[in-house]
Ligand binder design. Structure first.
Ligand code: CU
Length: 157
């Protein structure tokens, strides 16, 4: 996280130094997905850095690992229960970052084709408006190790 901010800072310095975008792309950092049972659900989290000069929108995702993949936002409802809402598009302003994390935005994997265990990985493709698709390999990690256990309703039966 800290090194990533340094990277962004260094990039901004470089940008101001040469006056041109050095790396006009959306970059993915620190991607991971939580464990899940076959036919169950999982969620993938990551940092998305918009290195382009224009606003982009995350408009969906796809993966062979699940029957359906949706962009969700977890929010605490008025009744104190965490709720997830499907997002049609999530904006990432030019030069800004979007953090997908437990209890907030996440990529929801619905109907897992096989069990996801710690050490496994899955292939995920992110779809953007105003920028190209990004396909990445996402490692499966223990949510408890990532500080996300029980925070967004994904651990519910
Ligand atoms: Cu969800």
């Amino acid at each position: 996280m800290k090194s990533f901010l340094m990277f962004v800072l260094a990039g901004m310095l470089l940008l101001s130094a040469c006056g041109a975008p050095m790396n006009a792309a959306v970059e993915v950092k620190d991607a991971w997905a939580r464990t899940g049972m076959k036919d169950g659900t999982s969620a993938a989290y990551m940092m998305l850095a918009n290195g382009t000069a224009q606003d982009v929108e995350l408009i969906g995702a796809s993966s062979d690992a699940a029957t359906a993949v949706e962009v969700h936002l977890s929010q605490m409802g008025a009744d104190g229960v965490m709720q997830m809402m499907k997002q049609e598009a999530v904006g990432i302003p030019a030069g800004k970052m979007l953090e997908l994390k437990p209890g907030s935005y996440h990529i929801m994997l619905i109907g897992l084709k096989q069990e996801l265990k710690v050490g496994d990985s899955l292939t995920l493709t992110l779809h953007f408006k105003n920028s190209g698709d990004i396909t990445l390999t996402v490692p499966v990690k223990d949510a408890a190790d990532m500080g996300g256990s029980g925070m967004d309703g994904h651990n519910m039966p």
